[in-house]
Design a protein around this ligand. Sequence first.
Ligand SMILES: CC(C)(COP(=O)(O)OP(=O)(O)OC[C@H]1O[C@@H](n2cnc3c(N)ncnc32)[C@H](O)[C@@H]1OP(=O)(O)O)[C@@H](O)C(=O)NCCC(=O)NCCS
Length: 237
Amino acid sequence: MVVKKEITKEQKLSSLESKKSFFLRKMEIADLAEVYKLGELCFRADLWPMLYRGWDEYEVTTMFNTDGDYCFVAENDNYKKGITSEDERIVGFVLGTVMSKPGTAWSYGYIVWICAHSAWQRDGVASKLVDKAVEAFVENEGVRIIMADTDPSNEKAVKFFKKKGFGQERQHVFLASNIENNPHYSHLIHKSRAQALEEQYLKKLRMMAVRSSGLASIKNKKQKPVQKKKSKKKKKN
Ligand SMILES: CC(C)(COP(=O)(O)OP(=O)(O)OC[C@H]1O[C@@H](n2cnc3c(N)ncnc32)[C@H](O)[C@@H]1OP(=O)(O)O)[C@@H](O)C(=O)NCCC(=O)NCCS
């Protein structure tokens, strides 16, 4: 007698989990929104405020328009099979650019943004994406130096880049100032506030002048739509 084994939903899911696979391709217009959303989850304000500040819709669209040859996504194979929902279609992306210094023969490949979906980390997604970007840098521009940067506290990314052979680490210091309390620039804030108040005051004065001259009522009268008088129908007796 053949005993049919019932496969539970959890077993199905875990068997899919173990069959995680993806393919790489150039980023397309249809990917922009999803790439932006995935970046919002990756570049978190609470962890890395500088990364988060630089990430917005314009960053994605601008890089796509200017450096499309160096923008790649990793797409989940299960999406095409209809197994995965839309929010796990793109499981990683890399946005790169090439910078050249005028007057020198050198050009630099720059990994500007790299991200792997949280459910797909340590699955080789970012590794393959960086390989793809570097390949494009070399093939298209003969690049010999690749740069990457991140927040020094972003251990995952630092370990990742080191694993990919990046070294010559330099710390870069970012400074910020709230200019309201900065003795060099606070006068600019006071000046713009004073200007705004003056404009408000002048607006009030202009309105009062218009009201007192009676212009406002004339204007209002002119603007009233002319209503046609309804002709009263004579009641038939
Ligand atoms: C950093 C990041 C892109 C790595 O992506 P990933 O797809 O998980 O990386 P990979 O699976 O390709 O890892 C390749 C190797 O990098 C190293 N590595 C990656 N993540 C690591 C981690 N969390 N801890 C230690 N080593 C790590 C490992 O050596 C790994 O190889 P192994 O898994 O065989 O040991 C990913 O963690 C991420 O998206 N972080 C948030 C976004 C971010 O910080 N981007 C960088 C700044 S723009």
